[in-house]
Design a protein around this ligand. Structure first.
Ligand code: BGP
Length: 461
């Protein structure tokens, strides 16, 4: 081995991530009920980039057989996606046989090709029926989610050995209840806290259900951890970063791994009369049902400073306690407008190693979005995305260093396998290893796909 080789542990998972609503399409199938995205698109198509909604996406529901062959062609040994709750249980109770057969066949084909499916239960796609009952604000929905999870375990548990309860539970809280981006477009800290708490309760209940049934796999959660860096080491800046970390990371990380909330967070919420209603029984469920592993999505860090501008809102929102800050050495993704900071992946790995019991974890998403990516195609039509190769390579180097230093990371998943539809951004930011022509649905391998396939085959680079 050369000094510059980056070879990863044996059996390392090299994969890609996706989610049901962003790839399946066939959203209007008569057997599938609406989720909040289908519904919201009907109400406000103009909120979606270029008016493109979740109906068709990349048509994975129809084309999965070919797509799985494409995964195999680039040597992936893992694929993490989600099940659509509103497709599997359109009325919340009775299973949709067509959906069962789709998921069964898709999982079987993955396994036949040596690709492990890692299956997530909730990726932002609340069934409309459940939102009408109050979404995550409602304990009835928490129970309904547990029922859905139980059904999925019974149906697919023999094939699926790694499950996750949620993807990025902060997103529905932040986007849906703090800043008016996602449906139901509420700005209300008190309600946001309830949504966050109930998501954790729902996750713990599902973990309990899993562990108490005859399942033989593992179950975890996927969190988007944003390392929170202070502008300086002054007391004020450090505190600002600590509070941002409490809100955006630790309010999910601590209950997931330790079954309890950081005291400083609880105290802070209490002092503003924002604590949700809890009871001993539910807190015990959270305490006793922690995750077997973590999935971590990493895109960019959070940089903050002590608040300097007067705080305007009459509500107590997280921003009351810090302001974002532009690091002078910041490097931006020139094609999408997010900071690129590769070392962040190392810092979060070391944080998990040192502060979260070195729990097994994997990178569940890491990727570089690019607008108008067609401009980078060569004469043959192949996207020459050297910038993305560079992005992966630099992140993988830091990840490799963390693993060498004892981090218990078992896999790396790019976001995403093929260009897909993304919430309000629709097809604005392209991330795929494969390009998708959204008019013809034709897929073609990008240069980064070729490169990543090589890395997967050699278990490193
Ligand atoms: C993550 C989500 C994904 C995906 C990704 C890229 O937060 O888990 O679902 O959307 O972000 O986001 P975007 O397409 O908005 O750049």
């Amino acid at each position: 081995m050369h000094a510059n080789d980056y070879i990863f542990p044996t059996n390392f998972k090299w994969g890609a991530a996706a989610s049901a609503t962003q790839t399946e399409g066939s959203a209007n199938d008569e057997n599938k009920a609406k989720n909040i995205w289908d519904y919201w698109y009907q109400l406000n198509p103009e909120r979606f980039h270029e008016g493109v909604g979740p109906m068709k996406t990349s048509d994975f529901y129809q084309r999965y057989t070919e797509d799985i062959k494409r995964m195999k062609a680039i040597h992936l040994n893992s694929f993490r996606t989600s099940i659509s709750w509103s497709r599997l249980l359109p009325d919340g109770i009775n299973v949709n046989g067509e959906a069962v057969s789709f998921y069964q066949k898709m999982f079987d084909q993955l396994i036949e090709h040596g690709i492990e499916p890692i299956v997530n239960l909730f990726h932002f796609d609340m069934p409309l029926l459940m939102q009408e009952k109050g979404g995550w604000e409602s304990l009835e929905v928490v129970e309904a989610f547990n029922y859905y999870a139980h059904t999925a375990f019974e149906l697919f548990g023999e094939k699926i050995k790694r499950w996750t309860t949620f993807n990025e539970p902060i997103v529905p809280v932040e986007m849906g209840y703090l800043n008016h981006y996602h449906y139901p477009c509420v700005v209300d800290m008190k309600r946001a806290v309830v949504v966050a708490y109930h998501s954790m309760l729902a996750s713990a209940k599902v973990i309990q259900t899993y562990h108490e049934s005859n399942q033989t796999g593992k179950i975890g959660i996927i969190l988007n951890l944003t390392p929170s860096y202070p502008r300086s080491d002054t007391k004020g800046d450090v505190k600002a970063a600590r509070i941002a970390d409490l809100f955006f990371n630790r309010s999910f990380l601590d209950p997931s791994v330790y079954g309890s909330y950081p005291e400083e967070l609880t105290e802070l919420l209490r002092s503003y009369d924002l604590l949700p209603e809890t009871n001993q029984e539910d807190l015990a469920i959270i305490k006793n049902n922690t995750v077997d592993f973590l999935g971590v999505n990493y895109y960019q860090p959070r940089r903050v400073k002590e608040r300097e501008k007067p705080y305007q809102s009459d509500q107590i929102l997280p921003e009351k306690f810090f302001e974002s800050y532009i690091w002078p050495e910041r490097r931006m993704n020139p094609y999408r407008g997010w900071e690129i900071y590769e070392k962040g992946i190392y810092d979060l790995a070391i944080n998990i190693r040192d502060n979260y019991g070195n729990i097994p974890w994997y990178v569940a998403e890491n990727g570089m979005g690019v607008e108008n990516e067609e401009r980078f195609s060569d004469e043959s039509g192949m996207i020459q995305d050297d910038y993305r190769i560079e992005f992966y390579k630099e992140h993988l180097k830091w990840l490799h260093k963390a693993i060498r230093e004892g981090s218990n990371c078992f896999g790396y998943h790019v976001w995403t396998f093929m260009d897909n539809w993304s919430w309000l951004n629709a097809y604005k930011n392209r991330y795929g290893l494969y390009r998708v022509d959204i008019r013809t649905q034709e897929r073609s391998l990008k240069k980064s796909g070729q490169w990543f396939g090589d890395v997967a085959r050699k278990n490193g680079f």
